[in-house]
Design a protein around this ligand. Structure first.
Ligand code: NAP
Ligand code: ZN
Length: 335
């Protein structure tokens, strides 16, 4: 059998059809017939080789929903016909202290779904059953796909850094990750502010659950919010001057990066120590947290706002993400 995919052949290239023989399933692996695949900005970073780790031909895609079609030897948790979701991670050792505690994303042998192996812009995906998650019935496939990377990436830091009910949260950057972060933050009971460079997103940010909206283009509005937030989650995909956002933190506040800008951060140490502010980061979320996030999303009606295009229109969809025109997640669908 042949797997049909779309691949970049060099940095920043458009994607072209790319076929390869289906590999034999090894111990613990499952074959998934892909129905939907979201486009995360990490796919754009990979296509463009922003992180200097891409290998070509590169089949992006790590927000996958599909149906299990075949199970390899030793598969116990899944069977043919199960509807599953797959995110950024496709493997880990399964035995180290991180895997044992459900924080598999920290395993030294953690392997991404679409780096060094073909991802979900394809009709089939093969990976370890440990990283294919049965989806709650309430979640529509096109909305579940973005949860598998964007959703877990913004859900996890609120738990990891123990953000408490009533705390003041800023969500910086309202794209695929940010629009889900607003929803999780509001539904977890945090006072939620959307902070965006796109003033036209104000109405939708409020509809998604933000209590207020601040435009980063208005320096006076940023200054007026000095000493206001316990936790700012940055989902921005490009490097900025982060000092104005550190100023917006209250004592003990945290600026948490999930946006993978590839850049470095310059903050005067005195600014951090005097009010005990911290800069931190968060990496997707482990298998335990993914299950918790899916239940939370299903139970609280967290829904990605999606625009669905056929897989064959992958290049138009990628362009919309690249140009910050997606509202808010492009999802590819196999016909
Ligand atoms: P996205 O949908 O493209 O959204 C990114 C948002 O960042 C944009 O909507 C925009 O928000 C803001 N932005 C973009 N370019 C900007 C610029 N030059 N200056 C200021 N703001 C800018 O991307 P995404 O899929 O949400 O991914 C966001 C980032 O998270 C990417 O870097 C991605 O690689 C990373 N990521 C990390 C993890 C992890 O585990 N840590 C997981 C998934 C993704 P406004 O229009 O509101 O300003
Ligand atoms: Zn992603």
């Amino acid at each position: 059998m042949t797997i049909h995919a779309f691949a970049a052949t060099e940095p920043k290239s458009t994607l072209t059809p790319y076929s390869f023989p289906k590999p034999v399933l090894t111990e613990g692996e499952v074959e998934i017939e892909v129905s939907h695949c979201g486009i995360c900005h990490s796919d754009i970073h990979l296509i463009d080789d922003d992180w200097k780790m891409s290998r070509y031909p590169l089949v992006p895609g790590h927000e996958v929903v599909g149906t299990v079609r075949e199970t390899g030897p030793g598969v116990t948790a899944l069977k043919a016909g199960d509807r599953v979701g797959v995110g950024w991670q496709s493997a880990s050792c399964g035995t180290c202290e991180w895997c044992a505690s459900g924080q598999d994303q920290l395993c030294a042998k953690a392997r991404p779904t679409c780096v060094g192996r073909p991802g979900g812009f394809a009709d089939r995906l093969i990976l370890s059953e440990r990283f294919a998650f049965k989806l709650p019935g309430q979640l529509e496939s096109e909305q579940a796909a973005p949860l598998m990377c964007a959703g877990i990436t913004v859900f996890s830091p609120f738990r990891l850094y123990q953000v408490q009910t009533g705390m003041k949260v800023g969500v910086l950057g309202i794209g695929g990750l940010g629009h889900l972060a607003i929803q999780f933050s509001r539904k977890m009971g945090f006072e939620t502010t959307a902070i965006s460079g796109s003033p036209d997103k104000e109405r939708e940010a409020l509809e998604l659950g933000a209590h207020q909206f601040i435009a980063t283009s208005d320096p006076a509005a940023l200054r007026a919010k000095a000493n206001s937030f316990d936790f700012i989650l940055s989902t921005v995909s490009a490097s900025l001057d982060w000092n104005p956002f550190v100023s917006m933190l209250r004592p003990n506040g945290k600026l948490c990066f999930v946006g993978a800008t590839g850049g470095s951060i310059s903050i005067p140490t005195g600014v951090l120590l005097s009010k005990q502010k911290s800069i931190c980061g968060s990496n997707i979320g482990g298998t335990k947290m993914i299950r918790e996030m899916l239940e939370f999303a299903a139970g609280h009606g967290v829904k990605a706002k999606t625009e669905v295009l056929p897989m064959a229109e992958v290049n138009s969809a990628v362009s919309k993400v690249r140009e910050n025109k997606a509202r808010y997640r492009m999802v590819l669908k196999n016909q």
